[in-house]
Design a protein around this ligand. Structure first.
Ligand code: ZN
Length: 69
């Protein structure tokens, strides 16, 4: 019996937004989101972290792209 032990080093550098990291997010200039957006999956109370033009949920890893209209 051959045991395949293929380890894909794919998700090695995974960003884990911790509560500490949230403090690092400083909204400067145009994007001012006082409380952020609530996660549609986790519901109200869990807010998405703003990362560039994306919103990211550190709990369920939901990522939402900002739309510019
Ligand atoms: Zn979530």
């Amino acid at each position: 019996m051959a045991i395949k032990s293929k380890v894909k080093g794919k998700k090695k550098h995974k960003n884990k937004p911790t509560s500490k990291k949230y403090k690092k997010y400083k909204i400067e200039g145009e994007k001012i989101v006082s409380k952020g957006r609530a996660c549609p999956r986790c519901g109200p109370g869990i807010f998405l972290a703003q990362a560039g033009n994306r919103s990211y949920c550190g709990k369920c890893h939901f990522t939402e792209f900002e739309r510019k209209d």
